[in-house]
Write a protein that binds this ligand. Sequence first.
Ligand SMILES: [Fe+2]
Length: 385
Amino acid sequence: MNFQFLLPTRIIMQPGLRARTGEHLQQLGLKKVLIVTDPGVKRAGLLDAIYRSLEQAGIAYAEVSDVKPNPRSEDCNLAADLYRGKGIEGLLAVGGGSAMDAAKAISVLLTHEGRVEDYEGAFTLQRDVLPIVALPTTAGTGSEVTFFSVITDTVRHFKMSLLDYRIGPVMALLDSDITATLPAPIAASTGMDALTHAIEAYTGKPANPISDGLALHAIRLISRYLLPAVRDADNREAREQMLIASLIAGMAFGNADIASVHCISEAIGGLYDTPHGVGNAIFLPFVFSHNRDADLQRHADVAYALGVDPTLDAATAAEKAVERLFEMSRELGIPRFGQVPGVREQDFALIAEKSKSNISDASNAKPMTHESYLAIIREAYHYTA
Ligand SMILES: [Fe+2]
């Protein structure tokens, strides 16, 4: 056995916790922070309690509030140009994966020369970055505990990944009151993103015994609580459990990896701006089905965690899991691949090529070729059930 497990993030969960952001930043010794957030979070008024709390704690702040879904390299570069040399000591990311990933990239750029494109890949950083505190507003990405930042390179139409232990947030503040305001389609797609993290962490090649336990528990929680959380924003227990599921799925894949579902989803996200969780939900059953014979027992374990009858044999259980994944997407109103805006069959070879070149391609349970990606993409496109 050969693995390591790292979690440098202090995790605090409490309803209404955002109103205490200032005191937690104070404990970190921060006097001036850059808030990184998106227009939706700002419009929803979620920042008001945070501003008040920072002011009460005597912490100065500046703000980048125009982070887009699938955050863009040019926006991160611009934000860094604006705030270099302005005495920023830390970053406070308030939002979903986009805001958190942008904060990670900006933190890199406030401590390193150049542009975010210069740091693509794994372990390209030369020094520590500014501390990042993450306050997730969706239950899906897990970015509050991961070492990844995924940024869309707007010139190459490519989602590039930065991976470095130094960009792992120092603190994650989980406020379940916040996810109660999440619109249902976002709760649905981000929840399926979390499920994909857990399944890819568990079935992927870099899985380890600690990520395994986290991943299976996340799958159980998501299977049980995602639909109730989406259908009823007032279901506090379901929303809270989804925030936990997303976090522990993040801990799992952050210390294992994601795999081919994400490779395809990131490729189509870079081309069509498809929401990340939607892309994952669409391809999850197809890749799971393709992979299952590579490790039948692990795929059966996922099936049992998804609620498939535990008395079924591994092969039947894994087959049932594929049905269950399709059913979850249907119940959550996730579109089929053929319904995604902008999708064109002439792009499929390019999608396969971009998928194959993703840094997580090699982590997939079954080795993937350009042709196997192409077959999955075509199968998903022609799927009409
Ligand atoms: Fe993801």
